[in-house]
Design a protein around this ligand. Structure first.
Ligand code: AMP
Length: 283
């Protein structure tokens, strides 16, 4: 099915009004486009639990702390629309930047605590940009359900907190990370990797699995991560922003395994000018 591309909020609201009156569940899948199987798994989850599905595509300038990154971000709208044809998507919402942030736009949604660590420190302003645009998309689409990837686990927790704190009546679903066969987490930014860097990239996930195994076997997490960073850099990685084991709920650091408290290993590392992030469950 070919879903209509909707570019204005008025048109989107005209569409969703009827769905709401009919009491239909509306699922929204927010993306920045350059769709891959990770995004499509979210669309599938939305299709399975909602009568109506809206996929949004918006390269949100407010969440880029680096202008070069924003400029280089892949934009592939036609391809994206084609990939969505095999799903039952009711609308592809591609909002116009000026309508999203008209002159004089002055509001920022900021979630404290969860954003004090990891990408919150390495990408100043990033989560404010995410929380602001996601709050707007939730209100614009009137969705009952939203689908986010665990690939961006910190973002998922920030969005959950924001929706709860602002009483936005929406259920936020977290969906598992989809990986390439060699273990690399799918990401639109992988398109920016050179052939050589693409061969090295899966090492990050390999090292992460090794750390989790050692940690669960009683080894010291600081020693494990230092050794992993050395090996990654010997293989061509640049700066490693962080490799941390943190609790799922409040993202606080975890120093010893605790079966009663789910935790994940989070990593962000640079490879040939591309920043890769990933996380896996500690279990
Ligand atoms: P993005 O277009 O990168 O902003 O991502 C849009 C949504 O897709 C976010 O909820 C991401 O967490 C999710 N996503 C991105 N990559 C993956 C992946 N490999 N597996 C599952 N979800 C993903």
């Amino acid at each position: 099915m070919t879903a209509p591309i909707i570019r204005s909020l008025a048109e989107l609201r005209a569409m969703t009004r009827g769905w709401q009156m009919a009491g239909e569940k509306i699922g929204v899948v927010p993306t920045m486009g350059a769709l891959h199987d990770g995004h499509l798994s979210l669309v599938k989850a939305a299709e399975e639990s909602c009568e109506r599905v809206i996929v949004t595509i918006f390269v949100n300038p407010k969440q880029f702390n680096n202008p070069e990154d924003l400029k280089n971000y892949p934009r592939t709208e036609e391809d994206d629309a084609r990939k969505l044809r095999r799903f039952s998507v009711d609308a592809i919402y591609v909002p116009d930047g000026d309508e999203m942030y008209p002159d004089g736009f002055a509001t920022t949604v900021s979630v404290s605590g969860l954003t004090d660590v990891m990408d919150g420190t390495y990408r100043p302003g990033h989560f404010e940009g995410v929380a602001t645009v996601v709050a707007k998309l939730f209100l614009q689409t009137s969705a009952s359900d939203a689908f986010f990837g665990e690939k961006d686990f910190q973002q998922l927790q920030v969005v959950r907190r924001m929706a709860r704190d602002l009483d936005i009546p929406i259920t936020v679903h977290g969906c598992p990370t989809i990986r390439e066969i060699d273990g690399l987490a799918m990401s639109s930014r992988n398109l920016l990797l050179s052939d050589r860097a693409r061969v090295t990239a899966p090492r990050l996930h390999e090292e992460m699995e090794r750390i989790v195994e050692g940690f669960l076997g009683g080894q010291d997490p600081a020693e494990l991560t230092q050794a992993a960073i050395k090996r990654l850099q010997a293989q061509g990685f640049g700066d490693v922003d962080y490799i941390d084991i943190r609790a799922n709920d409040d993202l606080s650091l975890v120093t010893a395994p605790d079966p009663a408290r789910p935790a994940r290993l989070f990593a962000a590392a640079w490879l040939a000018g591309v920043r890769l992030i990933d996380n896996i469950a500690v279990e």
